[in-house]
Design a protein around this ligand. Sequence first.
Ligand code: GTP
Length: 312
Amino acid sequence: MVDIDNRMAPGSAVYKTLLESTKAIPWKIDWDSKQFAYIGPQIEALLGWAPSSWESVGDWASRMHPADREWVVDFCVAQSQAGVDHEADYRALTRDGRYVWIRDVVHVVRNPDGTVDSLVGFMFDISERKRTEQQLISLQKEMEELSFRDGLTGVANRRRFDAIIELEWSNARRNRQPLSMLMMDIDYFKQYNDRYGHLEGDACLKHVARILNSAATRARDLLARFGGEEFVLVLPETDEAAAGKLAERCRSLILAEQIPHEPSPIGPMLTISIGAGTLISGHDDELRPFIDAVDKRLYQAKQQGRNRIVAG
Ligand SMILES: Nc1nc2c(ncn2[C@@H]2O[C@H](COP(=O)(O)OP(=O)(O)OP(=O)(O)O)[C@@H](O)[C@H]2O)c(=O)[nH]1
């Protein structure tokens, strides 16, 4: 036992061999001089800098990504001064100019009187973990983006519409700007599906979405799929006259596309009906009744023969 204890004593050959054969890179900094007392030779394999080139904490700080340097140094100094063990993730510069993500785990060694004697720690290469993390983050962003898109047509979905209309509604009221909305629905789409099949129906919906999307050109205009074959166009800062023109553009663009719809009772080409509405600044309307009113106008357009616009 005594033998083993001696062989394992800090500073012994066995101890050194153990330290230098781990993947983690051990190091020690003398607190008063801020000089490296030791750094494992593994550092050279990871970063390319020889152990002898790690002289002071200045070398450590200067071999850090500029975006990480300030907070990491400030954080580590503050924690060390307070005598608190800590860890920090940062990008370390390699000798050939790349960056490697490192997790530095630091233990503060104190003197019997409580003052800081030295810092000892391990550096871990966490690049692989960070890469996975980044991939997960971008995947999550993509998922969020997708969750606001209609899977079939690629335009905004109902969820996105609900969020945007709330925002635009309060914007319009706050800034005393008009806000218009068009509800659009394909005429006799049930007959279209019955005649051409559901897949062809899907293709038709995509086609219609693309055309309607091209009709509204301002950055904040939003086309969303409201339901099955119903689309909604939100038009911020758009008055009644401009909304009327846009509605007519949508109606005639669809007609001009000459999409065959043989079973339609009103003509051989695909048509849409539109309900239009505008929130006039200063009026005290509520959002839901406004949407309902526009929807009712769409229904009226259907009742009055389809392929037409009913505005408020
Ligand atoms: N292919 C396809 N059809 C859909 C989709 N969503 C809804 N529909 C169809 O759209 C049709 C809508 O029918 P209705 O609500 O009766 O309306 P309509 O036949 O268009 O008649 P009007 O609107 O009164 O002119 C139904 O047959 C639905 O199955 C979809 O994602 N793909």
